[in-house]
Design a protein around this ligand. Structure first.
Ligand code: NAD
Ligand code: ZN
Length: 230
């Protein structure tokens, strides 16, 4: 059996990393156009670095939760070929023991040179004009896919969706494309589809089944069910 799991901010919410829409959350204190677009970075690189420096610090002090651990366990169990695709820029799935996580929106713990494409582990604090360790250009940026940029690994994700028997979306609002379209892609290729979310997402009607509740409860429950049916 082949399972593709798409996760969003809801997976990490109970680890203390705010979702996009959290009232009073980090995202609401900043204007999306200013901190999550290439144009915003060109206008105010200092502000954008400050935003991601804060996200990086949050991520470093957060711990994986039971939902991250359940997904890693499912992958390691060998009962299915599990492809983990995430919109999250944190590394909590990896720290729970998951392998080969596909970060379609990049990783806050990594840096990217806008000049030569070199990538490296981000320092705790990044600022405008930090030189790239490979080419020395003052063009370092967080290795994040901003709005208007093309998500990473779309070919690998498309191939996994085409072969999936089961597609599961966890803690994602279904508001941000192309990830929001994965459920239709998987369905089109014959996969069963399941949504695990706190509340029905924008795309809930496209799923065969929806289960509602906090990720740390409903994800381990679902994984236990999968492991018991072997
Ligand atoms: P989103 O904030 O739009 O949606 C989060 C979803 O999770 C909502 O449907 C909400 O009902 C659900 N949710 C909230 N708490 C939950 C919980 N405890 N258990 C289960 N579900 C819960 O986030 P998104 O769909 O991932 O997309 C928005 C964009 O914001 C993405 O591009 C993503 O990269 C970015 N983002 C990333 C992080 C992160 O890396 N941790 C955090 C916030 C936003
Ligand atoms: Zn460079």
């Amino acid at each position: 059996m082949r399972i593709v799991i798409l996760s969003g901010a809801g997976l990490s919410a109970e680890s203390g990393l705010g979702t996009f829409r959290d009232v009073g959350g980090l995202w609401q204190k900043y204007d999306l156009e200013e901190v999550a677009t290439p144009e915003g970075f060109a206008r105010k690189p200092g502000l954008v670095h400050q935003f991601y420096n804060a996200r990086r610090a949050n991520c470093a002090t957060a711990s994986p939760n039971d939902a991250h651990r359940a997904l890693a366990d499912l992958q390691q169990s060998g009962m299915a070929e599990v492809t983990l695709v995430t919109q999250n820029i944190d590394d909590l799935l990896e720290r729970a023991g998951a392998r080969d996580v596909i970060h379609m929106h990049g990783q806050v713990m990594r840096a990217l040179c806008a000049d030569c494409g070199h990538r490296w582990d981000a320092p705790a604090i990044m600022q405008p004009h930090d030189p790239c360790p490979a080419c020395l250009a003052p063009a370092t940026r967080p290795d994040i896919v901003w709005f208007g940029e093309i998500p990473y690994h779309m070919d690998a994700i498309g191939a996994a969706l085409a072969r999936a028997d089961l597609f599961v979306a966890i803690g994602t609002s279904g508001a941000v494309y192309p990830a929001a379209g994965f459920v239709q892609e998987a369905r089109h290729h014959g996969a069963r589809t399941l949504e695990l979310n706190l509340e029905p997402s924008d795309t809930a009607r496209l799923f065969d089944e929806t289960r509602l509740g906090p990720a740390t409860r409903i994800v381990p429950d679902w994984v236990r069910e999968m492991l018991n049916q072997r």
